[in-house]
Design a protein around this ligand. Structure first.
Ligand code: PMP
Length: 357
């Protein structure tokens, strides 16, 4: 039976990425060797790393603009501390926007390094919206925000104009929509949503912001060392990086971000229209801040849960329950999820209405 995978991450990737990466495990580039057994310094893998790094900058429109792309490890969670370690000056301060659990985790790590100012927070309203009125101090070393809040289903539709470097955690919406990516000085994202297998983290950084913190930075946490080593300071996550390359190639062949953005908008519109139309469901995020990647919603009457759960499971849907900290439902509609899968979910929601009402 065809599966419709709504998992929040790791999540669905393009079918051709599954097929090509499976083939590479058996015989990589017709070398007679598995990608799992070759040296990361081999010509074939260095070519993978180089192409993946170049494709990232090409797809984001950042080529020739002073940025470097790195494939690191430790997840987005390690970036929570690498960012302050590299960017927060000794006795300096950083400004953070608190829009959810992950933003909060980033704040916790930054506090270990110095003054961490929360410029605004939607915590009191259970992170159902993105705060819009806030001021970023002109003397902050950087401003940090989370473009898409995977757990609460909210997404920043615009970003503040500021003279301080802007750092953005794009773990759950990277490569999903067109933005002027040059407004960011550092972008990071765990691979396991729109990019590839879990195990590597993309960091895109404008080189000119580095080397100014005056702090001792352990080598493995130092962006400058990773840049100098061309993202091979230590053994990279070879297989995960390869899956990223395959996904980036797939995205480019689709027409890049502008094409996938239109499909993502169509998927989100289809589902949110049903959530708003169907009297049995209610969305949890403020309409203007709704995420096109993670749609969070509840059953108005929790008594219908058993019936609804049985129906979507029978339709081949998986990964629909909300994050364990918030409950309800969360439909994650990452780049590789086809529109047809969203139609299957919408049809189940309509069918529930027929059964109940
Ligand atoms: N930031 C965001 C927005 C996320 O969604 C996640 C994971 N779901 C993280 C950070 C943490 O990522 P990791 O597990 O790669 O450390």
């Amino acid at each position: 039976m065809k599966k419709h995978n709504y998992s929040a991450g790791p999540c669905i990737l393009p079918q051709e990425v599954f097929e090509k990466s499976a083939q590479a495990v058996l015989n990589f580039n017709n070398s007679g060797l598995s990608i799992l057994e070759i040296s990361h310094r081999s010509k074939d893998f260095v070519a993978v790393m180089d192409e993946a790094r170049a494709l990232v900058l090409e797809l984001l429109g950042l080529e020739g603009k002073g940025y470097q792309a790195l494939f690191l490890q430790g997840g987005a969670s390690l970036e929570f501390l690498m960012v302050p370690n590299n960017l927060m000056k000794v006795n300096g301060k950083a400004a953070y926007l608190d829009t959810g659990t992950w933003a909060n985790n980033a704040i916790k790590e930054a506090k270990l390094f110095g003054e961490t100012l929360i410029v605004a927070s939607s915590k009191e309203e259970n992170y159902s919206h993105i705060p819009k009125e806030f001021t970023i101090p002109v003397d902050a070393d950087y401003f940090h925000c989370t473009s898409n809040n995977t757990i609460f289903g909210t997404q920043m539709k615009s970003f503040p104009k500021t003279n301080v470097p802007v750092v953005c955690d794009m773990s759950s919406d990277i490569f999903s929509r067109s933005l002027d990516f040059s407004q960011f000085d550092l972008i990071y994202a765990g691979a396991q949503k729109n990019m590839g297998a879990a195990g590597t983290t993309l960091v895109v950084v404008k080189e000119e912001i580095l080397g100014k913190s005056g702090r001792a930075i352990p080598s493995i946490l130092d962006y400058e060392k990773h840049i100098k080593a061309e993202s091979m300071y230590n053994t990279p996550a070879v297989f995960a990086v390869y899956t990223c390359l395959l996904t980036l190639q797939w995205l480019k062949n689709q027409g890049g971000i502008p094409t996938i953005e239109k499909i993502n908008e169509a998927k989100a519109a289809l589902l949110y229209n049903e959530i708003d139309r169907n009297p049995l469901f209610i969305g949890t995020a403020n309409v203007e801040d709704r995420s096109n990647m993670n749609a969070t919603f509840l059953l108005v009457n929790p008594e219908h849960q058993e019936t609804f759960d049985k129906m979507w499971k029978e339709a081949g849907i998986s990964g629909l329950p909300g994050h364990r900290s918030v409950g309800g439902y969360r439909a994650s509609m990452y780049n590789a999820l086809p529109l047809e899968s969203v139609q299957v979910l919408v049809d189940v929601m309509k069918k529930l209405e027929e059964v109940i009402i």
